[in-house]
Write a protein that binds this ligand. Sequence first.
Ligand SMILES: [Mn+2]
Length: 540
Amino acid sequence: MSKALKFRVVFAAIAVCATLAVVMPASFGVSAESKKNVAPIIRTTPAAPVFDEKERLAELSQRRAKVAQSIGPKAMLIMLSTEPRVYANDVEYHYRQENNLYYLTNLKQRNATLVVLPGNTQTPEILFLPRRNPGAETWTGHMYGAEEANGISGVQEIWEASEFKPFIEAIRNRQPYRPKTENILMSPLPAETQMTNGNGFTALLEAAGKGEAGLYMLMSTARDSESREYKYEQRFVTDWVKSASGYSVKNAWPIFVEMRLRKSPMELRILQHAIDISTEAHQRAWAAAGDAKWEYEVDAEMAYTFKLRNADNWGYPDIVGCGPNATTLHYETSQGPVKRGDLLLMDVGAEYGHYTADITRTFPVNGKFTPDQATVYQIVYDAQEAVARASKPGATLSDVNRAGTEVVKEGLLKLGLITDKNSNQHRIWFMHGTSHWLGMNVHDVGGGAKFEPGMTFTNEPGIYVRLDALDYIPFGWKPEDWEKFKTAIRPAFERYKGVGVRIEDDMLITADGVKWMSAALPRKISEIEDFIAKARRASE
Ligand SMILES: [Mn+2]
């Protein structure tokens, strides 16, 4: 929460500066970049990808065709826009479209609804869109007109949003539907098209008559619990089941999982851009950390870079933790002190065009690893290398996790932080897996799929020697074993306590192995030390 507020404050500050620059071009017209005196070694984000409009629309159309093929002519898919999320009272978070609707349409506006009816010969895709309203636009900004929505999404049949309800009522009652002309905002069909011959609805309605029709919607995968993200879909389905017969409700989720797992070249370029923005942000933060007294000063450099490079947002709240704070996995407060001799862990990723980077680096605040810090870091680094070696078509996230975890275990044994490699002792110091899928969500869809070219995931082993690690008996331990264990590892604990290291890179499976998409951000100990020395020298 405080993060969102901080974002607003930073954004407001940038907005004020931008306004001043316009008002007083002579004195304030200096670009942010030259003003900030950035070291030449910092990698400027390359230009944002630009797509050929025809190719982009063809890809969206292919995605919808694939979905249509998956659900078949006897079914209908309904995709609702995300409801705005409340920050507090009448203040909302900035609007972010539901991923799968965006994936099919690139439409960012709220209250747009897509219906896919593969068996419908005349209107196989219908977009319901609120009519433009100058009054509303005065307050909340531009709304799509039908032409614009068609230009962005390629959907040709566009009906006024208020028609969704009567449309659904008709389908529920197994009747065809077409709105009166003034509520058809766009259609390739002649204006005088009448409701004859079922208007193409025959396949769906006949199937419903036989109890064979399907209604596909996005639903929570967790059974018996209310979905955190798909409440409105759940409510729609609950109502539907009460009032309609002949349709069985099906979860559209697996269809999108299959598709989104394999990233197209277009998606990969967008993701790469998110990674590039994040890379510059991390590098600027390393340079800035030399003078910082507080974690938020370093974090501010990240937020600044995201705005400067037109990122939509972060993909997840920034994690910037110094010293012992680095041992808290999802530390988000960033209000602790930055101390010279400590390590600073930053797990920060920009979101661009609905795709998010997920990158972590851990570096010494003063620019030089101590021998003990370096030892722990090198184990995590080697674990990453093991994950990369195991990453190739056919392997799974569990395979690469096993490979990376093995290296962490060996390292922990050498450090003296565990006494038995063939046990779960390592979970005290490394409590997460090395990898998750990456894409439109930071923890993206994909489950246990086998790697294929075009799949993207993270490589993020870590070791966290929490100060309180020995204060509580972990779940599943016998008290006498725990006492023995504590005594055995106490010297190593005293030596390494407060050290937290995670290194995280974004990986793309290729035909014969894996590509490090975040390779531009230094990762080797010597490279990080060199980089920091050069970046800070340049800004003195
Ligand atoms: Mn991650």
